[in-house]
Design a binder for this molecule. Structure first.
Ligand SMILES: [Zn+2]
Length: 1091
């Protein structure tokens, strides 16, 4: 939709210069002017012509030379433009013929005004005005123009020229007969006053892309690329402009092709750009009719991106030390527009035919397999990829590199390949086998075949996130894909398997069925996260992934408990807001509420609903309710329970068959209503349980941290409660849909435990002596409940301290049982709750209590630490537990651990790094070794070697634990440079340094000083930026620190200061201050009594 044209404003100065006069001096400027200088554009036919336009309003000057517009700089005081072209801002298509423009204006003053307004003014936005137009046309051209006109038109042309002059539009004739070029009339727009025919961030739906033909030619030497995009479009509503996305692309030519009878005619079109919205507009000289076929062609060039998104440069060093360059893509969410002009919104699905030009020594990969390769020149090959399935732009991918690959077939004949830099191809086998198994699993689970003939998994040396699900060409950080059985840790194995499971799940959830808009990103990410656990628990049962699921829910609750949280489904518009959706709420909370729903519906019903959803919406886009409808229309197939599909589409069943009256009620499984309470409101419920005899009183409220945020009374959830009691370990179920409710137990019980296995996304408070009963149970017989139930009790008890429902001494009382704990999740959860307590104290002058607390925690886990063998034996969870415990013990200077680690480090150093250390204790050994300068230097010398590539992250942890401030600073500086330490690791390194008592000042200073660089590299709103902001500040707990953090972020531009992670950081510090005020003295007393 084009905006209505504003009225043409008459300028104050009138100039009565008539037609064929010599070049006029420019009129007096009216304040600041927009000046556009259209100079000699290359055009096959025509004569010399140039056009100057100046618009009222504030802004920048543009100069157009040979189809490229240059930013000249701000409009000067005089109102004019000066200076040399300094920055190429945009490209534009060769415009329409200027004489046609003249003639279209020539009939009457009214028509002139209308046409001028239509052609130019509406592009400049409301409030701007056409104040000066100078048309410079060669005498020959003007004579030719005149000679072709009938007399009536001649006189109207004269009239027009007078009118133009009166309107301060000067027409002059130059004497440049030699010019063979016809200049183009064109308008560049781009200031803040919306000088563009479209004023919304979202694209209009008038024009729908059907097919993209892309030709890309990256040059890995000059680090630039050229592109040619032909986009076939359908028109839904008559329009004369095509609005699409483009960012940092130099457009050199644009045209629209239409069918005229049996032939095609192609006309060049004007291109306008509106950088704030990353949009361009192609202005057709003819209307685009509904139902007709058109093809938009755009030629362009650009630089390979220096960041991690768009079509970007990546480098790596070979074993021999040679630096090699490759080019890869990362488009999600809004960076496809940096590689080709496109309709860059997920609901504009289309097919893609991609061609890539490359040097013969390289290979090109894309979503589809290559159908043919053509030699364009001796030094240039053009690969033609098969036409893709219908998909969103953010899933397009291509890579030009010198990668090597290994391949295998799945049982259904899909070719799976893993690509890496040549030196690491021996680390690709684990991923290859995992991918084959997982793709087989998903095809089977979803009962929908994977639609492409191949799936490539490529490890990219520079990669911001963990991985990306591009259809048919998933891309990964090297540490997310490459596994060395000799050198990788157990947690690396788990991580790699989960990531592959995640990206392959996306091939259905996300790629086949896509959220309509980014507000429902969780439909992609929550599902993929959830499916990681569903698939890996079956394909890799030895990893026991189901045990770790609840950790995701704890992570989600951490941010979801803050006032700055947001509903799973949240309106978003601009790229930074879209980036912010890639957070724990979309991923972790999304996964947790799906898991809760599956537990409620049962696994079979849930799966049947998902399959129905995927089938129904294949190659389409969906909203929240489409999912709920699919799930609700699937009947539960309970073994002894009756199920039937009612007329209203809802299933009913007997929820329980217990004797209690409550359970015999037939409840409608209204999935939509229930799930809306989890996706449309932020936060989660705290369910308070009070047992009086056989009666259990239930009460739900919004759990929210922070003193000044009184719990909102409007919040209500449909909570699918589960519980067991001291009398029955059969899981009982109850759907709490009201603020309060009552359960009647068959008999009195000693204890009751709600939220079995933490399958529900809520926390529970046990009133009266409820907690005491559970604490005694843990102390006396902790294995009476599952390890995940124990972990959830540890989590919940500390959560309740935060909101003042329990005292810290009660939580610490509970923690005492950990002395007898040996399972990974309760131990991890215990550490997760206790360690941050002394971390707060480390950043303040509280040594006494800090050391006592450290001593308490070490003592709590001492028996378990002593039991650890220093090798790689055992299950994955045993190995991960060992790795974490030993790192903790050594970092806490537990002497037996330090002695052993020192001994290992010495031997390893003496062997010059050739001694094979057990993989799971390496981090502890390195961390101890790096405590001396020599040890640190030696470790770093190894870090640089390709041989230690798989251990880079472990070494980074160890190097960042150093107490030497210079070393810490140096690490951060190096990772920003990105030569020795990869910039992709910078967010982690900064946060490691921030956790270090010697480094937290440095990390904060570094973050502040390099904010602009970091945002440029990692993008505003990205998870990497959020990780740094929160990771650096979340252990602050003083008012001074709070003020400092606030001051810094307030000093930034609005977009930065409004970031959600900034609000979270502030809330977390406020919460820490409150927490310390209330609990510090109590901890001191408790420790005195219990040590
Ligand atoms: Zn994902």
């Amino acid at each position: 939709m084009a905006r209505a044209a504003p009225a043409l404003t008459r300028p104050q100065t009138l100039r009565a210069n008539i037609g064929l006069a010599p070049l006029l001096a420019p009129p007096e400027p009216h304040g600041r002017l927009w000046v556009l200088q259209a100079l000699r554009a290359q055009h096959p036919a025509g004569s010399g012509f140039s056009l100057w336009l100046s618009f009222g309003g504030r802004g920048l000057c543009y100069c157009r030379v040979a189809q490229t517009a240059f930013l000249l700089g701000p409009v000067q005081e005089s109102g004019g433009c000066g200076g040399a072209p300094e920055q190429s801002l945009r490209g534009g298509g060769a415009g329409r013929a200027p004489e046609a423009f003249l003639l279209s204006l020539s009939l009457s003053k009214a028509q002139l005004m209308q046409a001028a307004a239509a052609r130019f003014l509406h592009l400049a936005g409301p409030g701007s005005r056409l104040s000066y137009v100078e048309i410079n046309i060669s005498k020959a051209r003007m004579a030719a123009l005149f000679s072709t006109l009938p007399f009536a038109d001649k006189s109207s042309l004269m009239m027009m020229m007078m009118t133009i002059s009166i309107l301060n539009v000067a027409v002059s004739v130059n004497n440049d007969h030699s010019s063979k070029n016809r200049e183009t009339a064109d308008v560049v727009s781009g200031n803040g006053s919306k000088p563009f025919p479209w004023d919304k961030m979202r694209l209009p739906k008038h024009v729908i892309p059907v097919h993209y033909d892309l030709l890309l030619h990256p040059n890995l030497t000059t680090l630039t690329f050229t592109g040619f995009a032909r986009i076939e479009i359908t028109v839904n509503q008559q329009t004369s402009s095509v609005i699409l996305h483009s960012k940092h692309l130099q457009i050199t030519r644009a045209a629209i092709q239409r069918r005229m009878g049996n032939s095609h005619t192609e006309e060049e079109v004007m291109v306008l750009e509106y950088p704030p919205f990353e949009q361009i507009a192609l202005l057709a000289a003819f209307p685009l009719h509904v139902g007709q076929n058109y093809t938009v062609s755009i030629e362009y060039s650009a630089n390979l991106s220096e960041s991690f998104h768009g079509f970007y440069k990546s480098t790596y060093r070979t074993q021999e030390g040679e630096v090699r360059v490759l080019a890869s893509t990362q488009f999600e969410p809004t960076a496809a527009r940096m590689a080709f002009p496109c309709f860059d919104e997920p609901s504009f699905k289309a097919r893609f035919s991609i061609k890539i030009r490359r040097e013969p020594k390289h290979l090109a990969l894309s979503n589809m397999p290559i159908v043919k390769s053509v030699s364009v020149a001796n030094w240039l090959v053009e690969d033609h990829f098969d036409v893709s399935v219908k998909m969103s732009t953010y899933l397009v991918a291509f890579i030009v590199s010198d990668f090597k690959s290994v391949s295998k077939m799945t049982t259904s004949g899909v070719k799976i390949s893993v690509y890496t830099v040549p030196d690491k191809i021996n680390q690709a086998d684990y991923a290859l086998d995992a991918a084959v198994k997982l793709l087989d699993f998903y095809e089977n689970y979803f009962s929908i075949p994977y639609p492409l003939p191949k799936q490539d998994l490529a490890a990219i040396p520079d990669f911001q996130s963990g991985a990306m699900e591009n259809w048919g060409l998933t891309t990964y950080r090297e540490s997310s894909l490459l596994y060395d059985p000799e050198k990788s840790s157990a947690s690396a194995k788990l991580w790699i398997t989960m990531i592959i499971a995640h990206e392959l799940a996306h091939q259905w959830f996300g790629n086949l069925v896509t959220m309509e808009w980014w507000n429902d990103l969780w439909l992609n990410e929550g599902f993929a996260k959830f499916m990681e656990y569903v698939s890996v628990s079956i394909t890799h049962p030895d990893l026991k992934v189901e045990d770790y699921f609840l950790g995701k829910c704890f992570d989600a609750m951490e941010v979801d408990a803050l006032n700055s949280s947001h509903p799973v489904s949240t309106p978003v518009e601009d790229p930074a807001q879209i980036q912010e959706m890639f957070d724990d709420v979309s991923y972790e909370k999304g996964a947790c509420i799906l898991n809760m729903l599956r537990d409620y519906l049962n696994a079979d019903v849930f799966k049947a609903g998902l399959v129905q959803y995927l089938r129904k919406y294949s190659y389409q886009n969906t909203k929240n309710e489409d999912l709920w409808n699919s799930l609700a229309h699937t009947c539960p197939a309970g073994d002894t329970q009756e199920s039937q599909l009612q007329g209203d589409g809802f299933c009913t069943r007997n929820q329980q068959t217990s004797s209690s009256a409550h359970w015999t009620r037939r409840e409608i499984l209204d999935v939509t209503t229930m799930m809306n309470t989890w996706t449309l409101q932020k936060g989660f419920p705290l369910v308070t349980v009070t047992v009086k005899g056989k009666t259990v009183h239930l009460h739900q409220e919004h759990y929210m941290k922070g003193s000044d945020s009184s719990p909102s009374t409007g919040y209500l959830w449909h909570v699918p409660l589960t519980y067991i009691t001291s009398k029955s370990d059969t899981v009982q179920r109850f759907l709490l849909t009201t603020k309060t409710d009552v359960l009647i137990l068959p008999e009195e019980v000693e204890w009751i435990k709600f939220n079995l296995g933490m399958n529900g996304y809520y926390i529970v408070h046990y009133e009266d002596d409820g907690w005491d009963a559970l604490i005694s149970l843990l102390k006396e017989n902790h294995t009476a409940i599952s390890s995940n139930d124990r972990a959830s009790l540890i989590n919940n008890v500390f959560q309740l301290v935060s909101i003042g429902k329990l005292s810290i001494s009660k939580a610490l009382d509970l923690s005492l049982y950990l002395k007898h704990e040996s399972q990974i999740m309760p131990v991890f959860q215990g550490m997760n709750e206790l360690i941050p307590m002394y971390k707060l104290m480390e950043k303040r002058d509280m040594d006494d209590v800090e050391n006592q607390l450290k001593g308490y925690i070490v003592n709590l886990f001492k028996d378990l630490i002593d039991k650890q063998s220093w090798n790689d034996e055992g299950s994955v969870s045993e190995r991960m537990l060992r790795s974490s415990l030993l790192l903790f013990a050594c970092a806490r200077k537990y002497q037996p651990c330090v002695d052993k680690a020192e001994e290992y480090f010495m031997k390893w150093k003496e062997s010059n790094g050739t001694l094979r250390l057990p993989n799971d204790v390496k981090t502890a050994v390195y961390a101890v070794g790096a405590q001396t300068i020599e040890g640190w230097d030696f470790l770093f010398s190894k870090y640089r070697l390709p041989w230690f590539n798989t251990e880079r992250n472990q070494i980074e942890v160890a190097l960042s634990i150093s107490r030497n401030k210079d070393k810490l600073q140096w690490m951060m500086d190096q990772s920003l440079l990105g030569d020795v330490v990869k910039t992709q690791d910078l967010p982690y390194i900064i946060v490691f340094v921030a956790k270090n008592p010697s480094g937290y000042h440095l990390a904060w200073k570094f973050l502040k000083e390099n904010w602009n660089k970091l945002v440029q590299k990692f993008e505003l709103g990205s998870a990497s930026i959020a990780h740094m902001v929160i990771g650096v500040t979340n252990q602050y707990s003083t008012r001074e620190q709070l003020a400092e953090v606030k001051e810094f972020f307030n000093s930034l531009d609005e977009k930065s200061s409004q970031l959600r992670c900034v609000q979270q950081a502030v809330e977390i510090i406020e919460e820490n201050i409150r927490w310390m005020d209330i609990n510090f003295e109590k901890i001191k007393i408790w420790l005195k009594n219990n040590m």
